[in-house]
Each structure stands twice: as structure tokens, then as C-alpha cells.
Design a protein around this ligand. Structure first.
Ligand SMILES: Cc1cc2nc3c(=O)[nH]c(=O)nc-3n(C[C@H](O)[C@H](O)[C@H](O)COP(=O)(O)OP(=O)(O)OC[C@H]3O[C@@H](n4cnc5c(N)ncnc54)[C@H](O)[C@@H]3O)c2cc1C
Length: 500
């Protein structure tokens, strides 16, 4: 996709970003850094920025680095631990930190304490088999420079020093183990998104409109996109013309991608997963915990329902959350419609949907079971992590909505995926982000890839390469095999972002 050829007809903007979440914010800022002359129009259907998944209360705020998330280090049939995914995710988060650090240094992002904090990332398990797994995982990760500094303990007294809430009242005869990475982070993706948009809106050539819902697209014979926008306050519609569209509509992306009519969109479907948290309302209990503690997912549960007991920093306040309790809802957005799932079904994806649905009946049953949990059952799940939890200290909150990707598959008809998928047109003129995991933490890496896929000629130019390297000093170099580079970029990001 070429951004510089003069268009046959006047453009509303060179680039249209749909949705005011972390993904559009990251792409917009990156594109403006790469080419300050670009014009960008941003449309958001709600009356606020970052009000869906990117809001701090709608996600867990974990700076996903695979320090504590056990689903990124599966045990193979031969008993060994696979760490390549963990390396990849840890590396992607280092790219995010470098990008944010560069923006802080150039004054484009505010004081980093507004959006990122150090918090130890811990994995905690009980039972002999799980203890053995965690020990092997720890030994496997020690070989990677990205996990340097990880501590491991099977000593209940030491674990109690790290996380007293997790150990108080626990059966002393039960074997337990924990790992701890002091350099884990908690990120307020809502504040970060709002800060990125505040910066973007001040740039010349950028327009930003709330309450504007994108309803349809058409690619015109001249290669430009015509986008139909409805003002939700007046119900009036208008059209905008652009060279490049990014569908960063979170759970709404699938339906919009289908409307684009590009052949690459064929066969994608969505599987919505809702979420709930228990939020601690007792300041004394909140003050006693200082970590993000991830456990093992229950058998049959999806990876995103791994329970965790999380210290959070939200809007200057220390908080404590437990969850998420995943559930099933037919909505694709928290502020969406119960008809979303049904509206997304079309001829092109009905086969993958049916096949993936048939293969995932146990998962659907599990999610429905989670929705139907009683308050007592929720507290029982919490007590596995916090044995002395009292129901009166915890309050139920609704988390954000995820839409997992269903893809057509030659052999299986359709498969359910738990990662993210960037779908682009062959000419790079439109791109959509589907899925939600590992999510906001990897927004920078996702957008660096997207830019290189959609604008390959510009991306290869010395000018754009220089910007990539300025913003992300380790750009293009693997970290997992380079201890010196890992240590130096990590130290620099930690210094600028005021992290441990
Ligand atoms: C329960 C839960 C826990 C999570 N925990 C973590 C975590 O710990 N760490 C992590 O890194 N990630 C986490 N994530 C994932 C992370 O929140 C998402 O990956 C990320 O916020 C997605 O950002 P986005 O910009 O794509 O979408 P969103 O933030 O959802 O933004 C999309 C925007 O598009 C707007 N929109 C939708 N349709 C239209 C339309 N037609 N026209 C105009 N605007 C539209 C929406 O209103 C919304 O504002 C979690 C997610 C959930 C749900």
C-alpha cells in the first residue's frame, strides 16, 4: 500500500482508525512518528476513549511477559517444558516498554507512574504434580536471558513472606511452590490509551470523533475505501474516503471485517467469552498483598480463565482483584448487543463455526457453568488462592468482553484459537485485529508487524527504519538469544519508566 501517490479524489484522511482502544492508539502514534505529514481520522462509537476492553477495570492490567502465566509454558508429552512461546511474549513486552519509554522521553507520554508500575509476577501451585511442573518450568526458563532473576521456592515460610494472603490458613501438609519475578508490571491500559490519544489529537492533520459508529465499507475502483459513519446522537450518516483503514474495533472487528468484503476475511468467526472479577473492598486486605499471582487453569477451562490474585494500581489507588471468571454471552462488546454473535454468522463462516462449535461443546458448557456460579462457588474459587477470604470483603464486577477467533481449517473444518490474528487485504489497504490474547501488552509488536505488512516499501525505507530503531532500539533483533541486548534495553526501559 502506497501512502504517497496523489489520490484521484480528495480524501477525508490518509488513514482511518476505527475504535479508540489501545490498538488504534498505538497504530496512530506509530504512523505519525513514521510520517508526520499523514492525515488520520479516528472514529469511536462510544462517548469515551478506552471504554471497552482497554479500560483498566475491564482487563487484568498484566504486562504479559510470561513470567507468571503458566499457559505459555506447556509440558510436552516427554515431560519437558516448551518455552518458545514464553520467550516470544516476554520479548514482545520488551518492545512495548521500549516504545513507551521513547514516548516518555520525547514528552509524548506523561509521567510513567500514571500508567505503569512494578509489581512482582508470581506463579503459585499446590499438589505434588504441579510443584514438579513448576520446578521444571523454572529450570527451563533459567536458560533464557528474558527470565533472568526468577526466584523459585517450595518453602511455605518464604512464600508466606512474598504473599501472606495466599499462605494464611493453608493446609500445612499440602506441597506448594511459587516462582517470583520482581520486575513484573501492572499497566493501566486505559490511562495509557487516553494519553496516547491526547498526544495524537494534538498533532496537525489528526481528527478524533466520539459517538461515531462505522457501519459499512466499500472499496472503490480507484482503490480508495469509502467508509459509512453514523452519528449515534443524531442517527445521521455520512461517508469518508481514505487510502487505509484499520479496524481496531475490539470485539466489533469481526463484523466490520466481514462487511469489508475482502477475500482474506472469508471463513473467520467469533466465539465470545465474557468475564467477571471479585474486587476487594477492604483496604486492610488490599494492603496485605503485593503481587500478581497466577495459578493453573482448571481442567477444561480456556487459557484466559486462569485465576489470578492481582494487586493493581488504578487511577492512583491500590486495588486487589481476583478472577476472571470466564463466562458465555452472545455479545461481542461489553456495550454491544446480544444479537452480535448471530449477526456475525454468514455463509462464508458457518462451516468453521459449526465445526469449531461441535469440537468445543465441553468449553461452552464450562463457560455457561461459570456464568451460573453461585456467590458461594465464587468465594470457594477465591479461597484456593486466599484461604481466609471473607465474602463481605469482595464485590462482583463485570470485566471486558473477548471474542476468540474461529478460523477455517482444511482438516478440521474450523478451529477455535486463543491468540490474536491480524487480517490484511492483499494490497495492504485495510487491516483488522481479531482476538484478544496476549492482548494490550503486545500492541506495539502487533502494530510494528502490521505496518511492515501493509506498507512494505515505506517500512523498508531508510527513513522509516530509522524511526523504528529510534522508538524501539532492539527492533529487528531477537532478545532471547542475546543476553547483553536484553539486559541493556531492559535497564534503559526500567530507568525511563521508573520500574524495578
Ligand atoms: C477480562 C479481560 C482481561 C484481560 N487482561 C489483559 C491483561 O492482563 N493484559 C493484557 O495485555 N491484555 C489483557 N486483555 C486484553 C486487552 O484488554 C485487549 O487485547 C485490548 O484492550 C484490545 O484493545 P483494542 O483496541 O483492540 O479493543 P478495545 O479496547 O475493545 O477498543 C475497541 C474500540 O472500538 C470501538 N468500536 C467497536 N465497534 C465500532 C464501530 N463500528 N465504530 C466505531 N468504533 C467501534 C469500541 O467502542 C471500543 O472503544 C484482557 C481482556 C479482557 C476482556
Amino acid at each position: 500500500m502506497n501512502l504517497t501517490t496523489p489520490p484521484a479524489k480528495p480524501l477525508t484522511a490518509d488513514v482511518i482508525l476505527i475504535g479508540a482502544g489501545i490498538m488504534s492508539a498505538t497504530l496512530g502514534v506509530l504512523l505519525k512518528e513514521l510520517d508526520p505529514s499523514l492525515t488520520i481520522a479516528i472514529y469511536e462509537r462510544l462517548d469515551a476513549v478506552a471504554a471497552e476492553s482497554s479500560d483498566a477495570w475491564n482487563n487484568a492490567g498484566t504486562g504479559h511477559s510470561a513470567f507468571c502465566e503458566l499457559n505459555y509454558t506447556p509440558e510436552l508429552p516427554d515431560g519437558s517444558i516448551e518455552i518458545s512461546k514464553a520467550d516470544k511474549i516476554a520479548e514482545q513486552f520488551e518492545l512495548s516498554k521500549q516504545f513507551w519509554a521513547s514516548l516518555v522521553q520525547e514528552g509524548s507520554l506523561p509521567e510513567p507512574g500514571a500508567f505503569i508500575h512494578s509489581i512482582p509476577h508470581m506463579s503459585f501451585v499446590w499438589g505434588a504434580a504441579n510443584v514438579e511442573y513448576l520446578r521444571k518450568r523454572y529450570q527451563a526458563l533459567l536458560g533464557s536471558p528474558l527470565f533472568r532473576g526468577m526466584e523459585f521456592s517450595e518453602d511455605p515460610a518464604l512464600i508466606a513472606q512474598w504473599v501472606p494472603l495466599v499462605m494464611d490458613g493453608r493446609n500445612p501438609s499440602e506441597p506448594v511452590a511459587a516462582t517470583r519475578m520482581a520486575i513484573g508490571t501492572d499497566v493501566n491500559f486505559g490511562t495509557l490509551t487516553r494519553s496516547l490519544f491526547d498526544h495524537l489529537r494534538q498533532q496537525p492533520g489528526v481528527t478524533f470523533e466520539l459517538n461515531q459508529e462505522i457501519e459499512d465499507f466499500r472499496r472503490k475502483p480507484d482503490g480508495l475505501w469509502r467508509v459509512k459513519i453514523r452519528d449515534r446522537a443524531t442517527s445521521k450518516s455520512r461517508k469518508a474516503r481514505t487510502r487505509f483503514v484499520f479496524i481496531g474495533a475490539g470485539g466489533g472487528s469481526l463484523t466490520l471485517l466481514e462487511k469489508s468484503g475482502i477475500p482474506e476475511a472469508h471463513g473467520f468467526g467469533g466465539f465470545p467469552v465474557s468475564g467477571q472479577w471479585l474486587k476487594c473492598v477492604n483496604p486492610q486486605v488490599i494492603a496485605e498483598h503485593d503481587a500478581k499471582v497466577y495459578g493453573k487453569a482448571a481442567v477444561g477451562s480456556p487459557p484466559m480463565s486462569v485465576p489470578h490474585l492481582d494487586t493493581r494500581q488504578i487511577n492512583g489507588q491500590r486495588e486487589l482483584l481476583f478472577g476472571p471468571y470466564a463466562g458465555f454471552s452472545t455479545k461481542f462488546l461489553k456495550k454491544g448487543s446480544y444479537a452480535d454473535l448471530f449477526r456475525s454468522i454468514e455463509l462464508g463462516n458457518i462451516r468453521p463455526l459449526l465445526y469449531a462449535g461441535a469440537r468445543n461443546i465441553p468449553l461452552t458448557k464450562y463457560l455457561i457453568g461459570q456464568v451460573l456460579q453461585t456467590p458461594e462457588q465464587r468465594i470457594a474459587a477465591l479461597r484456593e488462592y486466599c484461604p481466609e477470604a471473607r465474602p463481605e470483603d469482595w464485590q462482583l464486577e463485570v470485566a471486558g468482553q473477548r471474542v476468540q477467533v474461529i478460523k477455517k481449517d482444511k482438516k478440521k473444518g474450523g478451529v477455535l484459537e486463543f491468540g490474536t490474528e491480524v487480517v490484511t487485504a492483499s494490497d495492504g489497504s485495510i487491516a483488522a485485529l481479531l482476538g484478544a490474547s496476549p492482548g494490550a501488552s503486545t500492541a506495539v509488536s502487533i502494530m510494528l508487524d502490521l505496518v511492515q505488512r501493509c506498507f512494505p516499501e515505506h517500512a523498508a525505507s531508510p527513513e522509516w527504519q530509522a524511526v523504528f530503531h529510534r522508538l524501539v532500539p532492539s527492533f529487528g533483533q531477537p532478545l532471547a538469544s542475546n543476553p547483553a541486548l536484553t539486559a541493556s534495553v531492559r535497564a534503559h526501559s526500567a530507568e525511563v519508566l521508573k520500574l524495578a
